[in-house]
Ligand binder design. Structure first.
Ligand SMILES: *[C@@H]1O[C@H](CO)[C@@H](O)[C@H](O)[C@H]1NC(C)=O
Length: 199
């Protein structure tokens, strides 16, 4: 009988922690963020970032949340972050971070495209981004996208272009069932950080 009590208390604890997360959020759309509640189907999620380290600096709580709930996460990093000539090192670091964050390495893609190089003042073509993102969506049957908002947390133009590339994809696609979430930037005027449904 002892183990039954242990299982019951674990379930109660799990439900209690889930409620806490739900109550802790102020926005209804945030509280529904990919919450399976244990019953709904698992999602195929694509996280789209600009540079290696974006995943750790900005999205590691999101990644941990998703993998701990059994969602299938893919990471698309659109550059190796070679602005200072350290792209090869940064690429390795991204792979190591993903291993720690429990994202299968075969689900991590890091591009080194001549038109999508890391740097301030480098404009990334939104049509090209949308095309690349569409390719990933189709290849892996993605149903949810997570990315930066239009400020891109730090204001880096590459982050902002990634946001607009995702928006362009969402605007052009005929697949109406894809959900997209953006990480709300904290600015001097507004500290409501967190993930929100793309408008
Ligand atoms: C942007 O990318 C698209 C798709 O690859 C291409 O057709 C278009 O010419 C590009 N635009 C510019 C300004 O480079």
């Amino acid at each position: 009988m002892g183990w039954v009590l242990i299982v019951v208390s674990l379930v109660v604890l799990w439900v209690a922690s889930l409620c806490k997360i739900l109550r802790g959020s102020s926005s209804p759309s945030r509280s529904l963020f990919l919450n399976t509640g244990g019953a709904l189907p698992k999602r195929n999620v694509l996280l789209v970032v600009a540079h290696p380290d974006d995943e750790s600096m900005f999205f590691s709580p999101t990644i941990s949340y998703l993998t701990s709930r059994g969602h299938n996460l893919h990471v698309l990093c659109l550059s190796i972050g070679n602005a200072d000539g350290k792209g090869d090192i940064r690429k390795e670091e991204l792979l190591r971070a993903c291993a720690i964050l429990k994202v299968p390495l075969q689900q991590v893609k890091i591009l080194d495209h001549p038109d999508l190089q890391d740097g301030f003042g480098r404009v990334w073509n939104h049509t090209l981004l949308a095309k690349i993102i569409e390719g990933e969506i189709i290849s892996y049957g993605i149903d949810s996208i997570i990315t930066f908002d239009n400020y891109g947390v730090s204001g880096h133009c590459n982050h902002r272009d990634v946001h607009y590339g995702v928006c362009k994809f969402l605007h052009d696609t005929s697949q109406g069932t894809i959900e997209a979430w953006e990480l709300a930037s904290c600015t001097k005027y507004d500290n409501s950080c967190g993930l929100f449904h793309c408008p």
